[in-house]
Design a protein around this ligand. Structure first.
Ligand code: MV4
Length: 448
């Protein structure tokens, strides 16, 4: 087993990794910025090392500083967590070049999936259904018009280096295309340093359904079923659930199996997520994330697994603890992301937390890093805690989430808890299967 892991992250995910390491007897070092010196992760880790000032570019994204921290503390592995350096192929390479274990997939797989056009062609070649569109990158507006005329409007121009909602443009007609094409390329060049784009049919009002996968790096892979992450605002997921409601079991299982086979074929190592849009009864691949995701706990609760244990096992060369037959989904799990934002208007609410009480009881998991005296910093994302519930049925999971949200108590900063209560009580949400535009429509209409 690995002996000492350097955790290059903060907040609840740093705690999540510390907890898994503790249970496996692995020592932990948390690399932190100056403002995070008093964090719960620093308190709970065996060691800590400051890697720079608050701004992420100077600390959590500062590769030389991180490598120095690994060397100084004699770590034998680096865990990037979620966000920050977790999908940076250059960093994964650097870690490996220094004879340290990168707890994650190979740099090659990170790079392959980071190029969204290459990810799509790879997925297609592996038998995964994709959105109709260009065969890879499109170089000229004329070529783009030919593709778009063929698939029909509206179409979406997407940056190869984009993802997570950045670098996309909808085009309604043949005549609108050249201007949008030029603008999208320009934006992509400015934002990502690459103006490569590709074209897809624009899917109107789909659901976002993603599959949790896990590979052993040697051609073995399992899936941990799917999550529905459609309740989002401006590309920020707010509520996720597993499994996806209202999709026939046979169809869910079939797409999970296609995705599992693809990841096995790739000899992919560690956790990964294949994202789909689901519209009119069909799945369409959009992206693959080559990291642990924020919402991984709902799959853990559904399947009774610890995905970070699995990650550390595979990184240590022990292989996965289960085969597909060992993975049995039970009941239903829901996660609410409790951000330090107002529940009316989603305005950031930094400041000092003066009191907090975490919910508990059967089927409730609170993955948070907050405590009384914690200062919510404006430098980082505003996630205070993930509240996850598990229950035998979806209806009981909603009731349990309502009960847990009632127990949650916070003073000093605003949170999304009241917003989540409104969603849990909403008829559309309770019916299940809302689309990615549902939340914004409700907010615009003042019906939530
Ligand atoms: C799309 C789409 C509609 N049609 N692709 C946004 C983030 C990136 N992961 C892909 N995204 C989308 N791709 C086609 N062909 C709509 C979105 C999209 C979206 C997807 C998932 C979750 C939330 C979203 C919000 C707006 C747009």
């Amino acid at each position: 087993m690995l002996q000492k892991v350097l955790i290059v992250n903060r907040g609840d995910i740093a705690l999540r990794i510390i907890r898994a390491c503790r249970e496996l007897g692995i020592s932990t070092v948390v690399a932190h910025s100056t403002v995070d010196a008093e964090s719960m992760a620093v308190r709970l880790a065996d060691e800590s090392v400051c890697i720079g000032p608050p701004r992420p570019a100077e600390s959590y994204l500062n590769m030389p500083s991180v490598m120095m921290a690994a060397r100084l503390t004699d770590a034998d592995a680096v865990h990037p967590g979620v966000g920050f350096l977790s999908e940076n192929a250059e960093f994964a390479e650097m870690v490996t070049a220094h004879d340290l274990v990168f707890v994650g997939p190979s740099a090659q797989h990170i790079r392959q999936m980071g190029d969204k056009a290459l990810a799509k062609s790879t997925a297609k070649a592996l038998g995964i259904p994709v959105v109709p569109g260009s065969d890879g990158v499109v170089d000229t507006a004329e070529e783009a018009q030919d593709v778009a005329d063929g698939i029909g409007y509206p179409v979406l121009i997407k940056a190869v280096a984009g993802g997570g909602g950045r670098g996309m443009r909808v085009v309604e007609s043949h005549d609108d295309l050249p201007q949008a094409f030029a603008a999208c390329r320009h934006e992509a060049r400015t934002a990502f340093g690459s103006d490569a784009v590709y074209i897809e049919k624009y899917l109107d009002n789909p659901r976002h359904v993603e599959i949790q996968l896990f590979g052993d790096g040697k051609g073995g892979a399992v899936h941990y079923f799917e999550r529905d992450c459609s309740v989002q605002r401006r590309h920020q997921k707010l509520i996720e659930e597993a499994t996806a409601p209202g999709i026939p079991d046979a169809q869910r299982l079939a797409i999970c199996e296609v995705a599992r086979k693809a990841v096995a074929e790739l000899q992919y190592a560690g956790p990964g997520t294949i994202e789909f849009l689901y519209l009119d009864g069909a799945f369409y691949f959009i992206e693959m994330n080559t990291r642990l995701q924020v919402e991984h706990p709902i799959s853990e609760m559904l399947c009774g697994v610890d995905l970070v244990h699995e990650q550390l096992r595979v990184a240590s060369g022990y292989g996965m603890s289960r085969t597909q037959a060992d993975i049995v989904p039970q009941g239903h799990a829901i996660e609410c992301r409790i951000n330090a934002e107002t529940s009316e208007g989603f305005l950031p609410s930094p400041g000092l937390i003066t009191a907090v009480h975490a919910p508990g009881g059967p089927g409730v998991r609170f993955d948070g890093h907050i405590f009384s005296g914690y200062k919510v910093s404006p430098y980082y994302d505003s996630l205070l805690a993930k509240l996850i519930v598990h229950a035998p049925t979806r209806a009981l999971a909603i009731t349990r989430m309502q009960r847990a949200l009632e127990e949650f108590h916070l003073e000093g900063v605003a949170s999304l808890a009241p917003f989540h209560q409104r969603v849990m009580a909403n008829k559309d949400f309770q019916d299940g299967g809302v689309s990615i535009n549902w939340l914004q429509k409700q907010l615009d209409a003042g019906t939530l």
